[in-house]
Design a binder for this molecule. Structure first.
Ligand code: ZN
Ligand code: ZN
Length: 174
């Protein structure tokens, strides 16, 4: 269904849906994931071995310019990589774990409210809003707490007389 409306949009804008455009659009629409150009290239090549990297990158640029896909950097968690997702999804915020790179999507009414507030505050016409929130997921918070504690114990073991501190299994002497 999403693909059908993408096609409709393209037609409206007078953009021809070439085979490579169709392949990429379908991949992006269907997975619903945030895939980088290289990953998309690999997936597209499985469908059409004749596709080359340059064509894929150029096509992504075209789809972005045509307002069909959105390009994200996801807080540069993966370095300079950019990620692509369909613009047909309802607007959402990306919640990115800066430790494991997990990306969650927050769809919520507060986002619409923020848009309206910005519009009325600045007399601005919002066309596109991109919200990214970085932090630690629940799992990584637990791991981090453990790491911090281990580091503290190591520091204690290395620097201070151990007798002054609570004994610990991890206390090491070198
Ligand atoms: Zn995480
Ligand atoms: Zn998303």
């Amino acid at each position: 269904m999403a693909i059908e409306s993408s096609k409709g949009l393209l037609k409206e804008r007078g953009v021809r849906l070439t085979r490579q455009r169709q392949i990429l659009l379908e991949l992006i629409d269907k997975t619903g994931e945030h895939l980088d150009a290289e990953r998309l290239f690999q997936m597209a090549k499985e469908k059409d071995p004749k596709l080359n990297r340059v064509t894929v990158y150029r096509t992504l640029k075209m789809l972005k310019a045509g307002g069909l896909v959105d390009e994200l950097d996801l807080m540069h968690y993966g370095g300079d990589q950019h990620y692509y997702e369909t613009r047909l999804k309802q607007e959402h915020a990306h919640v990115i774990c800066l430790r494991c790179g997990k990306v969650e999507e927050f769809f919520g009414e507060p986002l619409q409210r923020l848009r309206k507030q910005i519009e009325s505050h600045f007399g601005f016409q919002v066309l596109l809003a991109r919200t990214e929130v970085g932090g630690y997921c629940a799992h990584c918070q637990t791991l981090r707490a453990r790491e911090v504690e281990e580091l503290r114990l190591l520091t204690v073991a290395a620097g201070k007389p151990a007798a002054a501190r609570a004994p610990s299994k991890r206390t090491r002497r070198s």
